[in-house]
Write a protein that binds this ligand. Sequence first.
Ligand SMILES: CC(C)(COP(=O)(O)OP(=O)(O)OC[C@H]1O[C@@H](n2cnc3c(N)ncnc32)[C@H](O)[C@@H]1O)[C@@H](O)C(=O)NCCC(=O)NCCS
Ligand SMILES: Nc1ncnc2c1ncn2[C@@H]1O[C@H](COP(=O)(O)OP(=O)(O)OP(=O)(O)O)[C@@H](O)[C@H]1O
Length: 230
Amino acid sequence: MRIVGLTGGIASGKSTVSNLFKASGIPVVDADVIARNVLKKGSGGWKRVVAAFGEEILLPSREVDRPKLAHMVFSSDSNRQLLNKLMAPYISTGIFLEILKQWGKGAKVIVVDIPLLFEAKMDKWTKPIVVVWVSRETQLKRLMERDGLSREDAGSRVMAQMSLDLKRCKADVVIENNGDLDHLDQQFSMVLSEIRRPLTWTEFWRSRQGAFSVLGLVTSGLFFCKRFSY
Ligand SMILES: CC(C)(COP(=O)(O)OP(=O)(O)OC[C@H]1O[C@@H](n2cnc3c(N)ncnc32)[C@H](O)[C@@H]1O)[C@@H](O)C(=O)NCCC(=O)NCCS
Ligand SMILES: Nc1ncnc2c1ncn2[C@@H]1O[C@H](COP(=O)(O)OP(=O)(O)OP(=O)(O)O)[C@@H](O)[C@H]1O
């Protein structure tokens, strides 16, 4: 199985690119969705986070007040590191289970959309790595527009992540998303043909079909050994 890593910065356009992959029939595992489930009321992750940050992060419904928690973690490095430490094991387990589910369905190529792929050192599990890059100005503008944030709040969210220029250097494929959606579509078509090239042998053995082929070969090998040993 080919596990493509999709990353970038906040509001650089990862979800927009993810949607293009989904529309092309490629399954996407979304770390933000998994992280949201980790904070669902009553879950193990929710309990740990509430124990660490206190009940003041809860709404009257006892769901996490996400804007409030966002303010606490994006304005303080130590709060953010604490939240990351508490949630990381749940998020990585969730990602692993989703990949396993796709493996079970026989998917040959999947995309994992992980905003903190490099920061969380998960890049070693994915190949190729696609980075969606935008200039700092475009990133701030789109983030302020999408989330209704002030320039200061948008800036602190951007600063909480590894710089997009550094991520770009670590990428196998870069999608430049400063232009309009047509420009994004054109680049996406090229990325799609790269992603859909035939699997390497290593990727094939990692797929469900590959694992069953190994199982078949081992079983028939054992059968013949047994038969001709008399
Ligand atoms: C702080 C929270 C509650 C804010 O929720 P909110 O709904 O405002 O944002 P959302 O979850 O949609 O995230 C938006 C983007 O913020 C960025 N971001 C989220 N968490 C972090 C973090 N810990 N460090 C840096 N950037 C982050 C990512 O680019 C993400 O795509 C939430 O982001 C969260 O639970 N973060 C910790 C979990 C995490 O690390 N998520 C990233 C998945 S790898
Ligand atoms: N090429 C583009 N032209 C215009 N707007 C765009 C383009 N690409 C993305 N956008 C817009 O920019 C905003 C951020 O994009 P998107 O939500 O895909 O980013 P993201 O990287 O997934 O963000 P996050 O890290 O917060 O999940 C959205 O409002 C989206 O509609």
